[in-house]
Design a protein around this ligand. Structure first.
Ligand code: SF4
Ligand code: SF4
Length: 405
């Protein structure tokens, strides 16, 4: 049975503790090299497929530079060749495997708006250019393969009129510091801080039609809406790459829910089923799944590129129903219906960071910066009919406030 390659959570913890107690050397923080190699062997080599029209082939699941160092090392051993947010590897922090064989890997840099956050900031050529140039020096990576406009455009007009990011990219490309251009795209419809904000599918479609960007990243997971699923298929037919982000919608809270897990198919886990589903049942080019440890890496990435079994299909069905009931999909449809201006999707995004991504401190910091928080909700109910999932928004906001305050 294919599941034999996966290491049990308890078994892994016991091995890890035993190795540390025995004083074995560590190649990566506190985790012995042997343990990293063992984990990589359990996952095996990840298959690759074309990313986009550039002809590059990438692993069916990619890695992220903000993973635990031991998970990064295991990912490299498994052949993960595309690394998200590589600018996070500060001086000396980039893995030696990449620095020594730079051309064998694709390292991406995400460029944020300046003079504000993703809602209030602007896209400006010179700061974007300088940011990438400095990151090339700081990381020692020599160049970035992909320059990504982080969070994307606010609306179609901005995409059409603001060419600053594209100009910065062209300058950097001439200097050999970047090679490809991509964007990650969020939805801004109904966001009161972004007047005229539009939904991600409209913007992604305009980007695809224009043909300048080579691939895009966006939140996408099981139970996704029809419009985005259709876009993914259309992109594939045109050789435009798509990468699913924020894929682990609610999987961590599912695992903590004993009642839910008591009926979960015992042959699989939420993360493992997710990896199989993303890599074999969608038209995506690739995807990234948030993991926080070597143990999670093994559990999750061992499913990459493997067929969905009956147990996984049942798991995905259960996970979809659970996520629809419990987890905000960040569609923004409710936002314009709140007279109090509560940033519902933003608050529930931070709740996801804290609950599903193990990033409670970051989530609390972001929450503290909001001009209006969940306690501004008057429980009037006006937003409720506009949530396609039928989420109990006031209740969820109150819980998020308790979690993040
Ligand atoms: S229930 Fe709360 S979040 Fe929803 S519209 Fe009313 S005040 Fe806004
Ligand atoms: S609460 Fe519902 S309508 Fe609002 S962003 Fe989340 S999923 Fe969309």
């Amino acid at each position: 049975m294919e599941n034999k390659n996966r290491i049990g959570r308890r078994e892994f913890m016991a091995t890890s503790a035993g190795a540390l107690a025995a004083g074995l050397g560590s190649a990566c923080g506190r985790v012995p090299r042997g343990e990293i190699e063992e984990a990589a062997a359990k996952v095996g080599r990840l298959p690759r497929r074309p990313l986009d029209r550039s002809g590059r082939k990438v692993s069916v699941l990619i890695g992220a530079a903000d993973w635990a160092p031991e998970a990064v090392e295991a990912g490299l051993l498994c052949g993960i060749n595309y690394w998200h947010k590589s600018q996070k590897w500060a001086a000396g922090g980039a893995p030696q495997a990449i620095l020594k064989n730079r051309e064998a890997y694709y390292c991406e840099i995400c460029v944020d708006r300046v003079r504000g956050n993703h809602e209030t900031g602007v896209i400006e050529e010179e700061p974007d250019y300088q940011f990438v140039k400095q990151a090339v020096e700081r990381t020692g990576l020599r160049y970035f393969d992909d320059m990504v406009l982080h969070f994307g455009y606010h609306n179609l007009a901005e995409h059409k009129e603001n060419r600053d990011f594209i100009r910065a990219y062209e300058r950097l490309k001439k200097e050999g510091l970047v090679r490809h251009m991509a964007l990650s795209q969020h939805s801004y419809n109904g966001n009161i801080k972004v007047p005229g904000g539009e939904d991600r599918v409209s913007i992604l479609t305009a980007v695809l039609d224009e043909g300048l960007y080579e691939h895009a990243q966006f939140a996408f997971t099981f139970g996704e809406g029809e419009a985005l699923t259709k876009f993914v298929s259309q992109a594939k037919s045109k050789g435009f790459g798509t990468t699913a982000m924020k894929t682990a919608a609610g999987t961590v809270r599912m695992q903590a829910d004993r009642e839910f897990m008591s009926t979960f198919p015992p042959e699989t886990t939420p993360h493992h089923a997710l990896a199989r589903w993303l890599t074999t049942r969608t038209d995506l080019s690739t995807a990234v799944i948030q993991i926080n440890s070597l143990e999670e890496f093994v559990d999750t990435y061992s499913g990459a590129g493997k067929p969905l079994r009956a147990a996984d299909a049942r798991a995905i069905e259960m996970m979809t129903a659970y996520a629809n009931r419990e987890v905000c999909r960040l569609c923004n449809d409710c936002m314009s219906h709140c007279a109090e201006g509560v940033p519902i999707a933003e608050i529930l995004r931070y709740e996801r960071y804290a609950t599903d991504c193990g990033e409670r401190e970051r989530a609390r910091k972001l929450y503290a910066q909001l001009a209006k928080r969940a306690d501004a909700c008057q429980a009037c109910g006006s937003c409720l009919p506009h949530c396609p999932q039928g989420l109990e928004i006031p209740t969820k906001l109150a819980a998020a406030h308790r979690l993040l305050s």
